[in-house]
Write a protein that binds this ligand. Structure first.
Ligand SMILES: NC(=O)NCCC[C@H](N)C(=O)O
Length: 263
């Protein structure tokens, strides 16, 4: 049976040293970060997701942003190779976790680079950002991995944000939402709706009409309510200070057909 599984990874002791590219470095409160992370995980569970913790990588400040370690399409996990070298040691335990869930494994190989945050799936369309973390060879390898499985891969160059999903994600009906100052060419997306807050561009589809989103985008939450959705705001301020958003704190596996023997 297809099920809702999510990989998560608790924040480590070095979170404050996490990378920042487009932001000024602000102090992070580790206790608050842990509390926010626990709340985020609880929201997933409350909406029927089974969460699996990837083993901590406490030497890796950015390990909590587990989304960047892989892209899962159908039963295949394509292990990423981050454009940020300091993030590559996050991979081994993420690989083990994906294997334990029964994913078939593939991996981006040098000279390819790819961060999971650059990949937005909308149905069978896989948008892949080509930017500071994902290079053309990474895009080529993602295409080679997923097109044979039925994906339509669309490359989206970007220069203004860390990852494609820093700028755009998608609503349950497939409408791509984005904060226009960060979206270079909205015409790439067949249906596009602008939002007025940067953090409003990020949603995790919890199932049905429920949208997990950052508490820092209240005006966008009201817009989603008017559109008939049910926003579930979570405060992720400590992760936003390290350029994270709601998507990057989990890897959602929606299409995985579980082997009951592995539970
Ligand atoms: N998918 C994501 O949005 N990941 C956020 C990663 C933030 C981390 N500080 C980084 O720069 O890699």
């Amino acid at each position: 049976m297809p099920s809702r599984l999510a990989l998560v990874r608790r924040p480590g002791p070095r979170l404050a040293e996490g990378l920042v590219t487009h932001l000024d470095r602000q102090p992070v409160d580790p206790a608050l970060a842990l509390h926010q992370w626990e709340t985020y995980v609880q929201v997933l569970r409350d909406h029927g997701w089974r969460t699996t913790e990837v083993a901590p990588a406490d030497d890796c400040p950015d390990a909590v942003f587990v989304e960047d370690t892989m892209v899962v399409f159908r039963n295949v996990a394509l292990l990423a190779r981050s454009g940020a070298e300091s993030r590559r040691p996050e991979l081994p335990a993420a690989r083990e976790a994906a294997a334990a869930l029964g994913c078939s494994l593939n991996a981006v190989r040098a000279p390819g680079t790819l961060d999971g945050g650059d990949v937005l799936k909308v149905g069978d369309t896989v948008y892949v950002g080509r930017g500071c973390r994902t290079n053309a060879e990474g895009v080529r390898q993602l295409r080679a991995a997923f097109e044979p499985l039925g994906a339509r891969v669309v490359a989206v160059p970007h220069r203004r944000v860390l990852h494609l999903k820093s700028a755009v994600t998608a609503l349950p009906d497939g409408t791509v939402i984005g904060y226009l100052p960060f979206v270079e060419d909205p015409s790439v997306f067949p249906q596009f709706r602008p939002v007025l807050e940067e953090a409003g561009a990020h949603v995790v589809l919890l199932g049905g009409d429920a949208l997990l989103m950052a508490a820092s985008a209240p005006r966008t939450a009201r817009l989603f309510t008017r559109l008939g959705y049910r926003p579930v705001p979570v405060d992720i301020s400590e992760f936003e200070k390290r350029e994270g958003c709601v998507t990057c704190l989990s890897v959602r596996l929606r299409d995985l057909v579980e082997d009951p023997g592995r539970r």
